[in-house]
Each structure stands twice: as structure tokens, then as C-alpha cells.
Design a protein around this ligand. Structure first.
Ligand SMILES: [Zn+2]
Length: 561
């Protein structure tokens, strides 16, 4: 028997065996079980996520000889012939091929005749967005007045190119990209049944290269089996995938952490020589930064068999959360703007150099990449090199205007603003300027990192303060906010801001003027202003008077909010 490729051999034949599209399966199952059938379905999603597979299972569900069912029997003539691609009442058209498009009109002319063998005549039209205008028109006629025995199942990777007139007559389902974990467990299952040995790390590499497409994952696995002589090994998969080896990303991050601009440029040159796409490199970099951030937040979530496990955990220890956020944001923006750059090389290197320029001046540990992951992290105090902020500003920026750098950061990234604020606070608390408090409690709130304690802070009115104590009043109804956890959080945010311990005292009172109240009052004033403006608008008045229009209560919102 000739070798059958995995994607074909393991193509799911029932909704139960379909992987990773639970939401679509649930909706279709319900519709079939309650006999709420639509005459046209549209499946959208990127390539290889299972659109035509779902379409064929649905065709069986509609035509199975046991009756309309979410669980087609798989053994009747209709089911087996659909599986073999030979069912006379299932007409499959690949709109990407022109010859079949020419035949669309004839095919659709035949729609009026009753099915020969099945309950329904089912038209599966793949890549439907490729149909010509005249083909769409021919289809639209049938879609508008479909004979009861006709079902359309359309599939497309590009729904935006499908005319609205067609879209509006279809029940739409969006098939998701397959999660990496779904792909890996599906591959494990298949290789187990095929009795082919594999290294788990190899499956991670394949799943990543497949980028959400189960079909790609299966054909890469096919290749790996051929390449590795009936086994799937990490080293061979790595060699096979070649170009997507991501070690260069780790080298880039390492250069960033070592403040090594020359190293970054050299790395970019070598990427250019290998013709790597700089745009996808920024995307991959953002993805890697995300992985590091997750590893930092939930170290246990890093799979034991992940090929880069040690590297990830190492970087998670060496980069601060703020820096990660900053890099991530710059990578995203760099990718968005790369088409505006003089060329991709410039766009890419400028993004990296921007990361370098705006790396917060924090006492980050800077050690070689080869450090074993379980080595204890040295205490911050043992890191003698805390660079003054100015030294971090590259020579290309005017050193006499650190403000200018801050403005740039604000433009570069939202998160950058946070980091730079954090920095300026730290810096100024060293020379004492931020310890001055002018009594503007509401203004101070915006500068504190409060998290859940923000609610307590907003509902507290500052009564008095001195260097070491702040006295607040809180309304009786808000007493529940006075939990030890919120008070601790508020206290530590203040300590971080002022650089010294601030004692908090609360008294409970009937009614006090809190920042929360002020905000609510300002909103009410803005709302009244907006409503007033709308009331007086002559166009709105004309609509009300001449056309019987009415303003929907609560629909007016002030523009500033
Ligand atoms: Zn059947």
C-alpha cells in the first residue's frame, strides 16, 4: 500500500475527532440536533485550520442515511462515499481554480433538480472569495431563492472579499488558529497510533513553525518522518526547519542587555545575509518577549520539554518586567511602521536601537547567556553598576535635554511612559524633589502605582499631612475599603513615591469630598453640557420636529470622555 500523507490519513471524519474548533462544533451540533438548518454556511479562517474538513463533516451530517444528525454514522453509503469524495450530491468547487469557476453557472443551473442519492444537494465552494463577479451573481440567484434541497457551504481565507450580498445570506463561523498545545497533543496522539517515536521538543518546534495550521503541522511531521528515517528528533527537525531557527533572537536580546549596539548591528547584518524577513523578525521578537514575560509571571507554565526552556527562564530572571513591556511595545510599533522606514534593515535596526536607547536605568543583572538557570540570582545590592540615567541616553540625543528623551519615550510607547515616570521618580527621590507634596491628593493619585488600592485612595479625602503622616477621612459607606491589604498597598505606593515610610490614619465620617466624588461631579457637569449642546443643535431639533425623531435616553456622551 502506498504511503498516505498524515494530513489525509488523519483528516477528522466526525465532529468529535475535530481538534481545536470547539465553538464551531458546539454551534453546528446544536443546530443539527434541533433541526435548525440554514441553507448557506460560511466558514472563515486562515489556511489549514479545518474549514473544508468541517464542511465535509457537515455534508455527512446532512446526508447520513440515519437521518440529519450531529453524529453521522460513518458507515452508510452516503457517509462512506462522502469520505471517499465520490458522493454524487456533494459538489465540491475550488474557486481558486479557473476552470471550475467557468463551470459554476452550469453547476448552479443543476441546483434546481432534486438530489439523486442524498437528502440534500450540497455545494462546497472553497476559497469562495476568488469567484468572478459573474459567478457570484449566478450564485446569488440561487442563494436568494434556494430550493429546499440545496445547501451551500462556503469557505474562505479572506471574507472581506466576499460581496456583502452573499455574506448576508450565510450563517458565518470563524475557525480559529489552532493553539500550539492542541497541535502538539494531536501530533502526539497520531504518532503514538502510527507507532513512530518522537522527541517532545521536536513537536514543539513543528507546532511553532506551523503557526496555527494543523495541516502544515501534519505535513511538516511527514517531512520530519522522511528526514529522520521513521523517527521525529529535535536535531533533525531543527535542521529541516533551518531558517526558522530562532537563536538569533536570543543573541539580539543578549546584545540589548549587554548594551552592545555594535553587536546588534552585526546580528542584523548577518540576518540580512541570510535573507531573513525583518518584519517577521520583529514579530518573532515580540512573541519571544511575550513568552519571557509569561515565564516571569508564571514560571511553572514553561513546559518541561520546551526546547528553549532554560534560555527563557534565564532571561525571565535577567530582564525587569518594565523593560520587557518597553521592548515588546517598541517591537510592535516597529513592525507597524516598518513599511514607512527607508528600508526594512533601517526599520529593524532603529527599533532595536530604540530599545537600547530607552532601556530604563535600573540595576539589571548583566551576565553572560551561558549562566545556568538554577544559579541563585545575586542580590541587587551586590550589583555595583547602577548607571546614572544620563549615561543611558545615547549620544545621538541631545544630552542637555533629558526632557526631550522623555517626550520621545512617550511617543514611542505607552509603557515607556510608565517606565520613564518610574525612573524620574527614582532619580528625583535621590535628590529630594519628588518628596515635596503640595497637598493635591487627587493629582498625586495619578502618579502612584496603586492597583486594587486605587479604589481606597479615590474614596479617601485627605484631611491633613505632614512629612511622615497622612490623615484621611472615608465615608461610612466605603468603610469596607479599609482592609489591611489595601492600606498596605497604598502605604507602599506612597513609600515608593516619596522614598520614605508614610504613616496612614483614617477616620470614618458621614460625608466628605473625595477624589471619586469630584470625578463624578465633573462627569455630571460634562454630561449636562453635552446634553444641553445636543438640545440646542438645530439639526437635531429639525430631526425631532420634522421627522419625529427622539433622543435615546442616556445615549449622549460628552466628547472628552
Ligand atoms: Zn451515515
Amino acid at each position: 500500500m502506498s504511503y498516505q500523507v498524515l494530513a489525509r490519513k488523519w483528516r477528522p471524519k466526525s465532529f468529535e475527532t475535530l481538534v481545536g474548533q470547539d465553538h464551531v462544533v458546539r454551534a453546528l451540533t446544536n443546530a443539527l440536533e434541533q433541526n435548525r438548518l440554514h441553507h448557506a454556511y460560511l466558514f472563515t479562517g486562515t489556511r489549514g485550520v479545518g474549514k473544508t474538513t468541517v464542511a465535509r463533516i457537515l455534508a455527512k451530517s446532512l446526508n447520513c442515511e440515519t437521518g440529519i444528525t450531529a453524529k453521522p454514522c460513518g458507515i452508510c453509503d452516503a457517509c462512506t462515499e462522502i469520505d471517499r469524495g465520490r458522493f454524487v450530491d456533494l459538489i465540491e468547487v475550488d474557486a481558486a481554480s479557473n476552470t471550475q469557476v467557468d463551470a459554476m453557472r452550469d453547476l448552479l443551473d443543476n441546483a434546481q433538480y432534486a438530489p439523486t442519492a442524498g437528502r440534500f444537494k450540497v455545494y462546497i465552494i472553497d476559497e469562495v472569495h476568488m469567484l468572478s463577479k459573474s459567478a457570484f451573481n449566478a450564485m446569488l440567484k440561487t442563494l436568494e431563492e434556494p430550493p429546499a434541497h440545496v445547501k451551500f457551504i462556503l469557505a474562505t481565507t479572506d471574507p472581506q472579499k466576499v460581496p456583502v450580498t452573499v455574506l448576508s445570506r450565510c450563517l458565518q463561523f470563524n475557525l480559529r488558529q489552532m493553539a500550539g498545545t492542541s497541535i502538539i497533543s494531536h501530533l502526539q496522539n497520531i504518532l503514538g497510533q502510527e507507532k513512530i517515536s518522537y522527541e517532545p521538543t521536536a513537536l514543539h518546534l513543528i507546532s511553532r513553525a506551523a503557526a496555527g495550521s494543523m495541516r502544515d503541522a501534519l505535513s511538516l511531521t511527514d517531512q520530519a518522518i522522511a528526514y529522520g528515517g521513521q523517527t521525529v528528533n529535535e536535531s533533525e527537525v531543527r535542521a529541516m526547519l533551518g531558517a526558522i531557527d530562532q537563536s538569533y533572537l536570543y543573541q539580539l536580546i543578549d546584545a540589548l542587555l549587554a548594551n552592545d549596539g555594535a553587536g546588534i548591528i552585526a546580528q542584523a547584518r548577518s540576518m540580512e545575509e541570510r535573507s531573513l524577513s525583518f518584519e517577521s523578525a520583529l514579530n518573532d521578537l515580540a512573541q519571544l518577549l511575550h513568552q519571557i514575560a509569561v515565564a516571569q509571571t508564571v514560571p511553572d507554565s514553561v513546559a518541561d520539554d520546551l526546547p528553549e526552556r532554560n534560555l527563557l527562564l534565564d532571561l525571565a530572571q535577567r530582564i525587569s518586567p518594565e523593560t520587557l513591556q518597553l521592548y515588546y511595545q517598541i517591537a510592535l510599533l516597529g513592525r507597524r511602521d516598518i513599511s514607512l522606514a527607508p528600508d526594512e534593515f533601517a526599520g529593524f535596526t532603529m527599533s532595536l536601537l530604540r530599545m537600547l536607547a530607552f532601556t530604563p536605568s535600573e540595576s539589571e543583572t548583566k551576565k553572560p547567556l551561558s549562566k545556568p538557570v538554577n544559579e541563585p540570582k545575586p542580590a541587587m545590592a551586590s550589583q555595583p553598576i547602577v548607571k546614572p540615567a544620563e549615561e543611558q541616553i545615547p549620544s545621538s540625543l541631545d544630552k542637555t535635554h533629558p526632557q526631550q528623551a522623555n517626550t520621545l519615550i512617550e511617543q514611542a510607547a505607552d509603557t515607556a511612559v510608565e517606565s520613564s515616570n518610574l525612573n524620574s521618580t527614582e532619580q528625583s527621590s535621590e535628590n529630594g524633589s519628588a518628596t515635596q507634596f503640595n497637598g493635591n491628593w487627587r493629582g498625586l493619585l495619578d502618579q502612584l502605582k496603586l492597583g486594587l488600592a486605587r479604589n481606597l485612595a479615590l474614596n479617601s479625602a485627605l484631611l491633613s499631612y505632614d512629612e511622615n503622616t497622612m490623615r484621611f477621612a472615608i465615608q461610612d459607606k466605603d468603610k469596607s475599603l479599609l482592609s489591611a491589604m489595601y492600606q498596605d498597598k497604598l502605604s507602599s505606593a506612597l513609600q515608593q513615591h516619596f522614598g520614605r515610610k508614610i504613616r496612614l490614619e483614617f477616620s470614618v465620617e458621614g460625608s466628605v469630598n473625595t477624589p471619586a466624588k469630584e470625578v463624578a461631579q465633573e462627569k455630571a457637569v460634562a454630561q449636562a453640557g453635552a446634553e444641553n449642546a445636543i438640545d440646542q443643535d438645530s439639526f437635531v431639533q429639525a430631526l425631532i420636529n420634522d421627522f419625529g425623531a427622539s433622543i435615546i435616553p442616556n445615549s449622549i456622551k460628552p466628547i472628552s470622555n
